[in-house]
Design a protein around this ligand. Structure first.
Ligand SMILES: *[C@@H]1O[C@H](CO)[C@@H](O)[C@H](O)[C@H]1NC(C)=O
Ligand SMILES: *[C@@H]1O[C@H](CO)[C@@H](O)[C@H](O)[C@H]1NC(C)=O
Ligand SMILES: *[C@@H]1O[C@H](CO)[C@@H](O)[C@H](O)[C@H]1NC(C)=O
Length: 348
């Protein structure tokens, strides 16, 4: 009776190899499917910066410099109350960094470069290089801290007085409880997906500008314009780009008159939803930038359920539309910046 045993044994062996083979196939196809799987940071590092020497470093840049290139840790740089008079750059090779201050009145990083000032090479700096703080890295976060450019505000007609306080060129950046102070070109929302929550942004001319894809939620947008100002200049340049500025439940305050948006790019996109406007909006509300390139036919400027004494003026041109819910919807949720994948539910 040895024969049936051998038969059953070989069947079992065959089934065993079949299972091995199938799981091998499954494993390889699985790994190729997840080949580009995102590997997040692992581990934590806390660094303290204190202007009076009570921390690990006295300057923010020294703290950033201490982080290794190709950083893979969550690095929390706690910035004690104080003024940090320095220019700071977070290079692209250092992701996952958080600047945490002790309140936007308490912890301040500031510098004072203007576009017409000369750089180390003797050439004019130009706007992008004036930023007091420049972030080129992804996964940057800032909480409860202010960024200032303290160069004096330009008089009308003055050239080269652009003075950026903060430039964000990295992807997936999150800001909460932050202050941005300047006059012309305060916040360079250059490129990438960004979320600004409960921030205070102050300036005079185009003081939120660039080609970012950003949400501004519950922010105060404060104008210090003395003659004529403008808030947002968005630089989307083709229909294929997903960029644009979405303001949700913000408050527009300060001095005017000002435009709420300008068509920096041919396909500029700016939407204000549930936003309060003080009585400072200029007649027309929006500006097509150069009056020659028919940008009024290609931009997407809209408002949805806004309020306040300036709200009527924001609907002042035919090419800035009062949106209906389906059209406004993409600009109302954090999916506009793919936030579900990188912003904690409690943060947005
Ligand atoms: C950082 O990563 C890049 C890309 O993987 C690599 O080319 C470079 O050598 C790394 N640099 C350091 C200092 O580890
Ligand atoms: C930021 O400031 C707010 C209000 O002052 C406070 O409630 C919050 O805990 C602070 N957050 C951090 C991370 O310090
Ligand atoms: C749009 O802009 C062009 C110039 O670029 C101008 O001639 C035209 O009158 C504008 N249309 C409206 C509706 O404002």
């Amino acid at each position: 009776m040895a024969y049936p045993h051998r038969f059953i044994f070989s069947i079992i062996i065959i089934i065993f190899f079949l299972i091995c083979f199938l799981s091998f196939i499954a494993a390889t196809s699985n790994s190729s499917k997840h080949h580009h799987k995102w590997v997040g940071p692992s581990g934590h590092l806390l660094i303290t910066v204190d202007a009076n020497g009570l921390g690990n470093f006295r300057t923010v840049q020294a703290a950033v410099n201490s982080i290794p290139i190709n950083n893979t840790k969550n690095v929390l740089i706690h910035i004690n109350a104080g003024y940090y008079i320095e220019k700071v750059v977070v290079p692209a090779s250092k992701p996952y960094i958080t600047f945490e201050g002790e309140g936007r009145e308490a912890s301040v990083i500031e510098w004072h470069d203007r576009a017409c000032d000369k750089g180390p090479d003797g050439q004019q700096l130009r706007t992008y290089h004036t930023a007091s703080v420049t972030v080129l890295a992804s996964y940057f976060t800032a909480r409860n801290i202010s960024f200032k450019n303290t160069a004096p505000a330009p008089m009308p007609g003055m050239e080269g007085w652009q003075a950026v306080a903060f430039r964000i060129s990295g992807d997936k950046a999150y800001f909460s409880g932050c202050g941005f102070y300047g006059a012309q070109d305060t916040l360079c929302d250059d490129s990438g997906r960004h979320y600004f929550k409960e921030c205070y942004i102050e300036g005079s001319i185009d003081f939120i500008f660039g080609n970012g894809r950003s949400i501004y939620k519950e922010c105060e947008i404060h104008s210090i314009a003395t003659k004529f100002g403008s808030i947002a200049a968005q630089d989307r340049n083709s229909m294929d780009e997903k960029t644009g500025f979405a303001f949700i439940q913000c408050r527009v305050t300060g001095t005017g008159p000002l435009y709420v948006g300008r068509a920096m790019g041919q396909y500029s996109r700016i939407v204000y939803s549930y936003t309060y406007f003080d009585d400072i909006v200029a007649h027309g509300g929006w500006d097509d930038w150069d009056h020659v390139s028919n940008k009024n036919k290609t931009v997407f400027f809209g408002v949805y359920k806004c309020s306040g004494p300036g709200a009527a003026a924001v609907r002042g041109v035919s090419w800035a539309r009062e949106l209906d819910y389906p059209t406004a919807h993409p600009f109302l949720a954090k999916s506009f910046v793919n936030g579900r994948h990188w912003i904690a539910p409690s943060d947005a």
